[in-house]
Unconditional design. Structure first.
Length: 185
């Protein structure tokens, strides 16, 4: 049976970790502060298409949804999701290494996280708290992050050329196009 976490070469990872009582607000403030401090630490993970942290205080219970019964969380939960290239095992190794400065401030505020919040112990903790994705369709299932970034650079190059080339005579346009895109290969 195929994994519900795989679409093409992409993998969807989700870990749901309970936040220690009293750490909800400091964790939320720390996560909000990541944006203010500059580029996301998740940008250090070159194989990441998309990743995010979300703190969930409780389940939404709505009688119009015809739920069998209401469900509630005993604690707030930190959900970390990432759509990534390739296998999870090596990705988690990379995450535990490159996010080491932030990991203690993030998962270190969660129940059961190893005190050091790094390396193999953090990887085991995240794996233990992994939840399978219900359904996963990767926007670029066969394309890696590097391939997508290259395509976006090429798109920007084409747009810049189109702007520069407005009003060129057909022969000059043809020559400029060949020089820009064919000669550059």
């Amino acid at each position: 049976m195929a994994s519900p976490n795989v679409s093409g070469q992409a993998y969807a990872f989700m870990a749901m970790t309970p936040v220690m009582p009293g750490e909800e607000q400091p964790l939320a403030e720390y996560l909000r502060g990541l944006r203010a401090r500059g580029p996301s630490p998740l940008a250090r993970l070159a194989r990441t298409h998309l990743a995010r942290f979300v703190i969930v205080p409780d389940f939404k219970n709505d009688p119009t949804w015809k739920q069998r019964h209401e469900e509630h969380l005993d604690l707030n939960y930190l959900i970390f999701t990432s759509n990534l290239d390739g296998d999870l095992d090596s990705y988690l190794d990379e995450l535990c290494e490159k996010l080491a400065p932030e990991a203690k401030e993030i998962w270190g505020r969660c129940v059961g996280c190893p005190e050091s919040a790094e390396g193999a112990a953090l990887k085991t903790y995240l794996r233990h708290n992994q939840i399978d994705t219900g359904i996963f369709f990767a926007a670029y299932g066969e394309a890696t992050v590097a391939t997508v970034r290259k395509a976006l650079r090429e798109r920007e190059k084409m747009i810049a050329f189109a702007i520069r080339a407005q009003g060129m005579a057909p022969a000059a346009l043809h020559e400029a196009f060949l020089a820009e895109f064919i000669g550059a290969q």
